[in-house]
Design a protein around this ligand. Structure first.
Ligand SMILES: [Zn+2]
Length: 349
């Protein structure tokens, strides 16, 4: 590859990540009494206002939280007292430092394991080992040019990193300007503030006479530290990544069978709320959670049958249509990737 090509690709990727991680607040809606749904072009979160302070779900990222804080301070006269994490992934959980002067941080206990640095002898993941051009066992800034390759590396579980041109810094745990296998495997988590309150199965937070409940959804395809966050009095549930509303999943990847994912969705379906507020997609009736599960099941069944009939990924992509879902956000863009991912998930097990 020539220098020109590398520059062109780098420029294209920076353009992509900037648009995908815009920090501008595009959405600020009250979806239930004192409960707000806020988001940028790609990511959403929720917060509940009480007399004694605010309970916020994911902080999304540093820039978003900085903007949200200014907005909250202009509208309400109470501070954020709790930040409740859905899971550790950097594109939802970064930016907690913005709230650290007033808030406690709450997440599933497995978040701490993901945030810790793996053992020092952890090798560079195979999918990026070729970038170590000088063979010193470290990736320096000039070597790590294809940021997309990092996205698959967090302990084998899928994780969409895509952040900014500063992504390197988010991986560089010790700040020495070179990434070890342990740092790459951990992921770009430097702006994820660790929870100081953790729980195992369920936890209820009470503030100003209102409540939020975190429920662990079990080890599944997306991660093993995922909470669904429920506001019982407002009848709202917030969930990120493993359930989207009126949008297919962005990816279907991971180290665990698809059945673990479906079980996690069923667990959420069994909770008592009527409004689903997703990290991705749009606010909808909780029945859309069931439709999302059925999308995955239908895709699984079609592809499993295709695999048994000896079809290739390309043949499946040419044949499979999910007509009932064709009006969902990003359907045309995500379906071919969903087919390829589901094929890989089913054939790798
Ligand atoms: Zn995630």
């Amino acid at each position: 590859m020539t220098r020109l090509n590398i520059a062109a690709i780098t420029a294209a990727l920076i353009g992509l990540t900037q648009s995908a991680f815009a920090q501008t607040i595009e959405r600020f809606e009250e979806i239930a009494d004192d409960l707000y749904y806020v988001g940028n072009a790609t990511h959403n979160t929720v917060f509940l206002v009480t007399d004694e302070g605010i309970i916020l779900a994911d902080p999304v990222n540093y820039g978003f939280s900085t903007e949200l804080r200014a907005e909250i301070e202009s509208r309400f006269d109470v501070p954020v007292r709790y930040v409740l994490y859905s899971h550790h992934h950097a594109d939802h959980a970064s930016g907690g430092a913005v709230w650290a002067d007033t808030a406690q941080f709450v997440g599933h206990e497995n978040m701490l394991r993901y945030l810790a640095l793996p053992p020092a002898d952890t090798p560079i993941p195979p999918e990026v080992v070729d970038w170590d051009m000088d063979g010193d066992g470290l990736l320096e800034g000039h070597e790590a040019i294809d940021w997309r390759g990092f996205n698959t590396s967090t302990r084998g579980e899928f994780f969409l990193a895509g952040f900014s041109h500063r992504l390197f810094d988010f991986y560089d745990y010790d700040g020495d300007g070179a990434l070890s296998g342990a740092e790459i495997t951990r992921g770009p988590l430097n702006e994820v503030r660790a929870p100081n309150i953790t729980y195992r199965d369920e936890l209820t937070i009470t503030l100003g006479g209102k409540t939020a409940k975190l429920v662990y959804t079990g080890p599944h395809t997306h991660s093993d530290d995922m909470s669904v966050i429920i506001f019982p009095e407002e009848s709202v549930g917030y969930m990120a990544d493993f359930i989207s509303i009126v949008r297919p999943p962005r990816w279907i990847r991971g180290v665990r069978p698809i059945e673990t994912w479906l079980a996690a969705i069923r667990l959420v379906e069994a909770q008592d709320f009527t409004i689903a507020a997703p990290g991705h997609g749009a606010v909808g009736d909780a029945e859309y959670i069931t439709l999302f599960r059925e999308y995955l099941e239908q895709l699984r069944d079609e592809i499993r049958a295709g695999i048994e009939a000896g079809e290739t990924v390309e043949q499946l992509q040419a044949r499979i249509q999910m007509d009932e879902y064709s009006d969902w956000i990003s359907y045309d863009a995500f379906l071919p990737q969903n087919i390829e991912d589901m094929y890989n998930l089913l054939t790798n097990q």
